[in-house]
Design a protein around this ligand. Structure first.
Ligand code: ADA
Length: 588
């Protein structure tokens, strides 16, 4: 659910936020098949009737007692009342999802962290059955999901919305703030629309951004967008029906200190009557890269960041909004001004909060630590690119997002890897020319892709995995990359500690040692002139896959500054002291 109202005309209803029925379709509790089902599939006649548990949506299968280690297909169903054309929007199903209404499949989608939707036309008035099948199996056809240093949960993990739509409806608005002039903000606006009718249609359009109105008449919308014929189920996909540059007067600039937000609203109109609408929220600001500096509204940023996974022992990856807000409050309390959404696009509600709180976001596509062999999976490129496309389409308007990332710690040291990085950066730049892009590398001098991104970002663990100091490491990198003249970010830095393990000798995994290491790491990176800032790995401890657990006490990646329940470790005060003592901008 967004942090603001998106429709005044279109009828929408949240289907999440309540209990649904849930049936595990394989390896069920007690090791038995659920009655009325075949392995991996509910039989047609039993759809919606099989033995079930009650589960809250959004939710993860793993949160249901007895299913803590569940992997495979599960069925989630509920009922709704509606008629006519209905669109079901799933913000996230982990990691392969299918939408059925009254037994008829409307859409399928791979990718836990981006939205998809299915449309049913001409539903009869009355009660209908919605079933979502989620699959979190590790398999060749899911190239981005495999045992990893975080947990791949399964289920209907983000909100589900029901929308009653006309045959022609708005799918997306993109607003790009270009420059601030003496008359206001020069801004580009693009509007996209979908047509379910099976024939071309005409429509008029009217809209408003912060008091400036615009309109267009007699726009032809072709029968269906080409990308929809290609089974693109992104709710944002559609035909471009309006593109204009306008000057918006009397608006304040969005910044960390003053996160001013404005509404843009668009209506589709026939014979003077509005029949559909969409409201988006925007902020006016620019992000540019200039030599070694990252400029927000012309000022050189100092990033005081945290890497954050969507993970909590009580909710899995389906954190309620109150828990997201609590995380941001802790980040703020520690003096942080940025979050890196490791290693996937985040819940839109979280991004809305970052917009409102003036917290910058590095958002990235979903790929962590993949070898060349994994990247050679024939589905890899298409699946990565789908995440990029869906992420940028959906999150384009968030002023908090200042950089897009790809492919964390993948094979940027091989020729084949380079071709993937190159293709993904090209796609990002095609979809969004207004933001820089980057990737987090751990390959140091063997990396052969540093010419490709706008910002060079390094994951480093001085005093933990690595023997050299942060200053030595940064010096080496700067000397090596001098000719590129690009900004440098530390995209991960940190050390592990098991909450509550205290040791006079500052032993490995003690809170004392973690605090010592963070103190050195953060001081050295802050004092390093050419560095635009750092992202601490990581905000909170997270669950890891069983295959990783031997290297990770308590089956957690324990480098959190707070533990998995958000209890502060000793390092909390160290980070707070250092980050709070630094401003949001660098000198010069
Ligand atoms: C890497 C990786 C993280 C995490 C971290 C660690 O840099 O990007 O996902 O695994 O290392 O804790 O070792």
């Amino acid at each position: 659910m967004r942090g603001f109202q998106q429709h005044k005309i279109r009828k929408i209803k949240e289907l999440s936020g309540r209990l649904w029925d849930f049936t595990a379709l394989e390896n069920a509790k007690d090791g038995e098949e659920p009655p009325g089902s075949e392995k991996g599939k509910i039989l047609e006649q039993d759809r919606g009737k099989s033995k079930s548990e009650k589960m809250f949506v959004p939710g993860c299968a793993e949160n249901c007692p007895g299913y803590e280690n569940y992997r495979g297909k599960s069925s989630w169903w509920t009922q709704f009342e509606a008629q006519g054309n209905v669109r079901i929007v799933c913000e996230g199903v982990s990691h392969f999802g299918e939408i059925f209404v009254d037994g008829k499949k409307l859409a399928e989608h791979y990718g836990s962290y981006t939205a998809f939707s299915g449309c049913a036309t001409d539903l009869k008035p009355g009660v209908h059955l919605l079933e979502i099948i989620a699959d979190n199996a590790f398999a060749e056809e899911y190239s981005l999901d495999f045992p990893n240093d975080y947990y791949s949960y399964g289920g209907v993990t983000r909100d589900v919305m029901l929308e009653e739509v006309p045959f022609l409806f708005l799918s997306c608005i993109h607003v790009t703030p270009l420059t601030r002039t003496k008359d206001g903000w020069r801004t580009r606006i693009e509007v996209f629309c979908r047509n379910l009718s099976g024939e071309s249609q005409f429509t008029d359009l009217r809209g408003e951004i912060a008091g400036t109105v615009f309109s267009a008449q007699h726009i032809l919308v072709p029968e269906a967008a080409v990308d929809l014929r290609e089974k693109n189920y992104s709710p944002y996909a559609g035909n471009l029906i309006y593109s204009e540059e306008l000057t918006i007067a009397n608006v304040e600039t969005w910044s960390l200190e003053n996160p001013a937000l404005y509404k843009v609203s668009v209506e589709l109109v026939k014979n003077g009557e509005a029949f559909d609408d969409l409201i988006e929220r925007i902020g006016f600001r620019t992000v540019r890269v200039d030599g070694s500096r990252i400029l927000l509204n012309g000022k050189a940023l100092r990033i005081k960041g945290f890497c954050r996974h969507e993970d909590h022992p009580q909710y899995g990856c389906a954190l309620p909004e109150s828990a997201m807000a609590a995380d941001l409050q802790l980040i703020r309390d520690m003096g942080g001004n940025s979050v890196r959404t490791v290693h996937y696009p985040n819940d839109e509600a979280f991004l809305d909060m970052c917009d409102e709180m003036g917290i910058l976001v590095w958002e990235e596509n979903h790929a962590r630590g993949m070898s060349e062999e994994q990247m050679r999976n024939p589905l890899f490129e298409a699946q990565c690119e789908a995440v990029i496309r869906e992420m940028i389409w959906a999150h384009y308007n968030h002023p908090s997002i200042y950089v897009w990332g790809v492919l964390n710690e993948c094979s940027s040291d091989t020729e084949y890897g380079r071709s993937c990085y190159n293709a993904q950066f090209s796609l990002m730049r095609k979809l969004d020319k207004s933001r820089p892009c980057t990737y987090a590398s751990c390959k140091f001098q063997t990396d052969i892709c540093q010419d490709l991104p706008d910002i060079c970002s390094w994951n480093m663990y001085p005093y933990w995995y690595e023997q050299d100091t942060a200053t030595e490491r940064l010096n080496e990198l700067c000397t090596w990359l001098k000719s590129l003249q690009k900004p440098l970010l530390v995209s991960e830095i940190g050390a592990g500690a098991v909450y509550g393990f205290r040791s006079r000798g500052h032993e490995i995994w003690s809170e004392e040692l973690q605090a010592d290491i963070l103190r050195n790491q953060l001081r050295e990176t802050a004092e390093f002139e050419a560095c635009s800032g750092s992202y601490i790995w990581q905000f909170a401890d997270v669950k890891v896959s069983r295959e990783w657990a031997l290297r990770r006490p308590k089956s957690r990646n324990n480098k959190g500054i707070v533990d998995e329940y958000r209890r502060p470790k000793m390092a909390y005060e160290v980070v707070k002291e250092i980050y709070s003592g630094l401003g949001n901008y660098r000198e010069g």
